[in-house]
Ligand binder design. Structure first.
Ligand code: BGC
Length: 430
């Protein structure tokens, strides 16, 4: 991981497009509380409200309870994958001057929003006190650093370009589960075979999962540089290659379950694959946690592979925890952040969450085969920033683009989506 991140030193497109400096002289935090003095209740806001995500949070809370027996964890989770409900609830609370003690945010552009709005405490001294800088890869720390200050503690690294597939469904359609399609055309050909057996080729759910599918098709169709260029202005949203990518997305939608908009979240779509009703689901590797929790066996019940056409690229996102300005219990928040950043906390959490630790000293010996492969891939792949999960673009850009992608699910107007996406990019690109 260290090696790979050092190779990334010049890659602004990680999405953590933050000015990296080695720490400034004016790092005096407005908060001087200390984790070791923490008592009382610490309110932590996430969207890990149920299923395997709640199990991950519970694993973390257990370590927290051992680390800080005098502090009570107050679970402020708001259900809705990818923060689809939580982020607007949080925005309202922050606006009303009613922040939680700590909240989950995505590393990258989304976190930058909170920093720009002056809603976060500088955690530079916290990093120093806990020797965190040495435990996280230098280039990740650099990318979380803005004007010499660092404002959050990453808990994990997830991958967004993974296909999860049902072995039996593939075999019944004469599709070899051990030989994933190399590109979108080959994948669509496999989906035709699956469709002929009466199964759903590609399971997807409501809005944000469609945005994640869209992101995967853009990445596959445009390639790594073309995809990165969508966010930094180097790729023309009005270009013919984007028309081709949106047309491929339109085709992908023809293979999906028609009730997609009524599936409330990612888990019911993944469940369709687990139940053998569908062949494939493109989902972040929190799905690995669900397969594991439900007792499904990799290689036997399900297989996973990078979305066809994206092998060698790791579509990155990271959850990161903050200390908001005006938090009721800043010492309690720092206690929480101490557990989040610790090797023990990261091992316990990530093992159950399907992700990989951001802390390079965390033990991963007993992680799943999938997670070991993700650690390896993260160490050698090109890294790009997830659109649907706050790494690539600010929340306002994502919200507008999500509306356009949802509309496209109904009208299938390629030109309409392309024009809207170009206008949105022009509005928000810096
Ligand atoms: C978060 C993951 C979470 C997923 C689904 C992502 O945005 O980063 O931690 O599991 O959404 O809710």
């Amino acid at each position: 991981m260290r090696r790979r991140l050092s190779l990334l030193a010049g890659v602004a497109t990680l999405g953590l497009t933050l000015a990296a400096c080695g720490g400034g002289a004016d790092n005096t935090p407005s908060d001087s509380s200390n984790a070791k003095d923490a008592t009382g209740k610490v309110g932590v806001f996430t969207w890990w409200a149920d299923g395997s995500e709640k199990a991950g949070l519970d694993a973390l809370v257990k370590v927290f309870g051992t680390d800080f027996p005098n502090v009570t964890f107050d679970n402020l989770a708001v259900a809705g994958g990818a923060g689809s409900q939580a982020k607007s609830v949080l925005a309202a609370q922050l606006k009303a001057g009613n922040p939680p003690d700590s909240f989950q945010a995505h590393a990258g552009a989304e976190l930058q929003d909170y920093i720009d709005a002056d809603q976060l405490e500088d955690l530079s001294s916290f990093y120093k006190d806990n020797d965190l800088t040495a435990q996280f890869p230098k280039d990740l720390v650099d990318r979380l650093t803005v004007d010499g200050k660092i404002y959050s503690v990453p808990s994990n690294i997830h991958r967004a370009n993974v296909v999860w597939a049902n072995v039996e469904v593939l075999k019944a359609a004469n599709v070899d589960p051990t030989k994933p399609a190399a590109d979108l055309d080959a994948w669509f050909a496999d989906m035709d075979k699956i469709k002929a057996t009466g199964k759903i080729p590609l399971a997807v759910a409501g809005s944000w999962t469609q945005v994640q599918l869209f992101e995967n098709i853009l990445l596959s169709s445009l390639g790594t540089d073309g995809y990165n260029g969508l966010w930094d202005g180097k790729t023309d949203w009005k270009g013919a290659d984007v028309t081709k990518a949106i047309t491929a997305y339109e085709k992908a939608l023809t293979y999906t379950n028609t009730d997609r908009d009524s599936l409330s979240d990612w888990a019911p779509a993944t469940q369709l694959v687990q139940d053998g009703a569908a062949a494939y689901n493109v989902m972040g590797d929190w799905a690995e946690a669900k397969f594991a929790q439900d007792g499904d066996k990799p290689g036997v019940d399900y297989v996973y592979f990078p979305t066809p056409g994206t092998a060698g690229t790791f579509d990155f996102l990271a959850d990161s925890f903050t200390l908001p300005k005006g938090a009721p219990n800043p010492a309690g928040a720092k206690a929480w952040l101490t557990t989040i950043g610790s090797a023990e906390g990261q091992t316990a959490f990530n093992k159950v969450k399907g992700s990989i630790p951001a802390n390079t000293t965390a033990k991963t010996d007993d992680f799943s085969e999938y997670q070991k492969s993700a650690i390896k891939d993260f160490g050698q792949d090109k890294i790009v920033s997830s659109l649907a999960h706050g790494a690539a673009v600010p929340v306002a850009w994502l919200n507008d683009l999500s509306t356009a992608v949802s509309k496209f699910g109904g009208d299938k107007n390629v030109d309409g989506l392309q024009t809207s996406a170009a206008e949105i990019a022009a509005k928000f690109a810096k």
